[in-house]
Every structure is written in C-alpha cells, then in structure tokens.
Design a protein around this ligand. Sequence first.
Ligand code: HEM
Length: 190
Amino acid sequence: MTLPPEAYLWFKSLHIIGVVVWFAGLFYLVRLFIYHVEANELEPTLVKPFKEQYALMEKRLANIITTPGMVLTILMAVGLLIMQPQFLLQRWMQFKLFFVFTLLVYHLYCYRLMRQLSNNNCNWSGRQLRALNELPTLFLVIVVLLVIFKNQFPTSAATWLIVGLVLFMAASIQYYARWRRIREERLNAS
Ligand code: HEM
C-alpha cells in the first residue's frame, strides 16, 4: 500500500502537536515535583493532604498528557521516516535521534522521581529539581534547531548572539523567580 503525499503533512502536523503536548507535560510535571518537595515546609497539618494531592496530580498529568504526547510524537515520527527513509542516513537526524533518546531517558527518570515522591523517599531538593527542569528546554532548542537547519546547523556569530540573548533571558527569569522566592520567605518569616 502506498500512502498519498499529503499523508506526510498529516504525520508532520500530528508530530508537532505531539511534541507540544509532550513538552507541556514534561515542564509541568517537574514543576509539580518542586511543589511536592516544598510541601514539607508547610504547616504540619497541611503536609500530608498537600503531598497526596500533588501525587495524584503528577500521576494524572504523566499518564494522561505527558506519555500520550510522547507516544504520539514517536508514532508520527515513524510515519514520517517510513515515507522519507533517507533522513535516517543524514547526520542531523542521527544527532536528533541521540537527543530524543536522552529525552526518553529523562522522561523515564521523571516516572522514577514520581514513584519516589509518592513513597516519601525522594532525596532531591526543590533547588535541584528547578535545575533539572531546565534540561528539557535545552533538548527542545537543540532538536528544533536540528530539524529546521538540518545539515546547515548554524555556527555564525549572529547565531551565537541569538543563543547568548536566549540564555541571558532564561537566566534573568531564573534570577527574578529566585529573588521573588527569597523575598516571600523573608516576608513570611517577619
Ligand atoms: C523518535 C523521535 C523523532 C523522530 C524520528 C523525528 C523525525 C522527524 C522527521 C522525519 C521530521 C520531518 C522533517 C522534514 O520533513 O523536514 C520531523 C519534523 C519535526 N520534528 Fe521530529 N522527530 C522525532 C522527535 C522530535 C522531538 C522530540 C521534537 C521536539 C523536541 C521534534 C520536533 C520536530 C519539529 C518541530 C518538526 C517540524 C520541522 C519542519 O519540517 O518544519 N521531533 N521529525
């Protein structure tokens, strides 16, 4: 059976929708882990109900949004590769597959953290989880650049300027969030 040419565009559209859903899930999941860990700092009577609520939200988010997004992304990618198998021989695709594999390891690791959190034996601090939550952003940027620029991966001065600006913006957001957190902690303590 040969697929009509427009099937490629359907696969690509659904692939991108899958990517958006997958990443939305990954970003929010680790954010929930941060709230879950920081629930330990709440008033003692609130700790248990808050942790139970976060555990439930994490499980639903992971099973109803994040993993289905991942499955859709990969199934549609398989469709794309069946229609354009020569991509597999190209360097950009080989790099892309390496980063996607690392992303899958990250996805599975989130499940492990989720189990540890619901069993109350997670050793990660809120700060470490915040740093962990930066990883998917990095994968997203690299994979999108690879798929758009393909073998002409940009290395010019203008590119490094844009990369520098993006990093500066990301660092400023982190710095502002940290400043707000510290200010709230001080206000609560006084
Ligand atoms: C199993 C893993 C994956 C495979 C085999 C795969 C494969 C592909 C293929 C063959 C295309 C079509 C390229 C073209 O027509 O020029 C594509 C498009 C795309 N992929 Fe993936 N992909 C995978 C995972 C991902 C992930 C994790 C992301 C995001 C982080 C992603 C982002 C994109 C985007 C944004 C496009 C559209 C690019 C365009 O043509 O404008 N892919 N992918």
